[in-house]
Write a protein that binds this ligand. Structure first.
Ligand SMILES: Cc1cc2nc3c(=O)[nH]c(=O)nc-3n(C[C@H](O)[C@H](O)[C@H](O)COP(=O)(O)OP(=O)(O)OC[C@H]3O[C@@H](n4cnc5c(N)ncnc54)[C@H](O)[C@@H]3O)c2cc1C
Length: 440
């Protein structure tokens, strides 16, 4: 039987492989670092003009799998810088009612392990991007991808500024709104779930004493009876490693949004648009504060205080979107990773970890092809097949987790609470639950 891609095979003997990566987010940069480490030529084209061009989000949970992927992609000194600059580990994960009554508490030592590499971490997104961008010679900022074309044995990326770049493989790492995916897989639309999250940071140097102790313990999750859910996480600054973990030069002008050196508690309030009374996207901090305050108006005072204390300049909103499952496509010179193919709701906190998993697997496939250990396109096809499997499974699980949080219905929420209370009294089940955290 003929291979499905014989005419497209790449001859590593006659020319060195060149990889074009569209998007310098978590997945694209990790792939670039991994390829660089293996001596494969790769260039990243990122739309942002600087690290502070737009809000990167707050903190991100890195799972043991994500940590392993970073360890394989980064040179040892950068992995060390990443490790040192992660937030101090929290003490527990609490599932609470909107009255702040405990349902289930999982102590950190049930979740963490002694593995120096593969463990749970909490990292500032700004710091993570500093780590991932460090020492990349071919990182082109201010390059907004417009379209690609296949030209003979090459693929050409065209940018909005009229320039172009040629390579052997083009990787879509341009996030949920991927333009590459829109051209490559036009029948794979992104779905707006109708749920919106508003997030903010409360700086601990100013407000630690005003916050309920439970909220300073690590992570708290609340699915309220009123269709509103709340996520709370500590990001306690640990260390800096030179420029990694420090503020960017222009972040002083940018205000607290890009402040990267102060410890904080972040919160995210999520609900359906109608429940929040938001017909359209809202970016005015005063309006966002009013909407979030109103959403938790009937909740325990500790939650209301938390929401009220957010620094206004750190408030932002996210429309929660998810991907649709796409069947196999013929493998060629364009491939995808991360949110560009399997965007998911943030309700399981695994999207970045899936992007890292993709990056390390795609890196291995490309390196095997570049070294002629395997046919390049056969290796990429195997990556794509596995990635579709775990990536869309993770997207489906994340969608279910969102629905359980904001759309459960009274009966199902009561059942969920009874189950949490029961698990809280059953340490072996708790340990099993803890072992599933951060996995797809
Ligand atoms: C509120 C929130 C909290 C989250 N928390 C977690 C968490 O704790 N743990 C976790 O694992 N995941 C979390 N996620 C999900 C996670 O952020 C994403 O899954 C992850 O960032 C995806 O990585 P990526 O590299 O695929 O895309 P991104 O990180 O989104 O990177 C895409 C990059 O492409 C660039 N780009 C876009 N268009 C173009 C273009 N036309 N040309 C050039 N460049 C372009 C963008 O500027 C961006 O830099 C969270 C998401 C949200 C919204």
């Amino acid at each position: 039987m003929n291979a499905p891609y014989p005419t497209r095979s790449f001859d590593a003997a006659t020319s060195p492989l060149r990889v074009l990566i569209i998007g310098g987010g978590i997945g694209g940069l990790a792939l670039a670092q991994g390829l660089r480490r293996e001596g494969v030529s790769a260039a990243v084209y990122e739309r942002d003009t600087s690290l502070t061009s737009r809000l990167q989000g707050y903190r991100v949970h890195i799972s043991p799998g994500g940590s392993r992927a970073l360890h394989e992609c980064l040179p040892p000194h950068l992995f060390d810088a990443f490790d040192r600059t992660c937030g101090k580990p929290g003490r527990a994960i609490h599932f609470l009612t909107e009255r702040m009554r405990p349902l289930l508490s999982i102590a950190a030592d049930m979740v963490t392990n002694d593995d120096a590499i593969a463990r749970h971490r909490s990292v500032s997104r700004i710091t993570l991007r500093q780590v991932l961008m460090a020492e990349l010679a071919e990182l082109h900022l201010g390059k907004a991808f417009a379209r690609y074309e296949e030209r003979g044995d090459k693929v050409v990326a065209h940018f909005e500024d009229g320039t172009s770049a040629e390579g052997d493989i083009l990787v879509a790492a341009d996030g949920a709104g991927s333009r590459v995916r829109r051209q490559f897989l036009p029948d794979a639309p992104l779905i707006d779930t109708g749920v919106v999250a508003i997030g903010g940071k409360v700086f601990l140097d100013e407000h630690r004493a005003q916050l309920a102790p439970k909220l300073l313990d690590g992570m708290c999750l609340v699915a309220g009876r009123d269709g509103v859910c709340l996520f709370v996480a500590m990001q306690e600054v640990n260390d800096v490693a030179g420029p990694i973990g420090a503020n960017e030069a222009d972040s002083v002008q940018s205000g607290a949004v890009f402040e990267n050196t102060r410890s904080y508690v972040m919160w995210g309030v999520g609900a359906k648009r109608a429940r929040l009374g938001m017909d359209a996207d809202e970016h005015d901090p005063a309006r966002l504060a009013a909407i979030a305050t109103h959403a938790v108006a009937g909740w325990a005072p500790g939650f209301r205080t938390l929401v009220a204390l957010a620094d206004p300049s750190t408030l932002s909103q996210f429309a929660i979107r998810t991907s649709t499952v796409v069947g196999p496509w013929p493998t060629g010179r364009v491939t995808l990773l991360g949110d560009a193919i399997h965007a998911m709701t943030p309700y399981r906190g695994i999207g970045a970890n899936m992007a890292l998993e993709d990056a390390v697997r795609l890196k291995r496939a490309i390196v095997a092809g570049a070294r002629r250990e395997r046919d390049l396109f056969a290796a990429v096809a195997a990556y794509e097949s596995e990635m579709r499997d775990y990536g869309f499974r993770a997207a489906g699980n994340s969608l279910r987790a969102m629905r359980q949080s904001v759309d459960a219905g009274a009966l199902s929420l009561t059942a969920q609470r009874l189950m949490f209370r029961a698990i809280d009294r059953l340490p072996p089940v708790k340990r099993w639950m803890a072992s599933r955290m951060g996995r797809d």
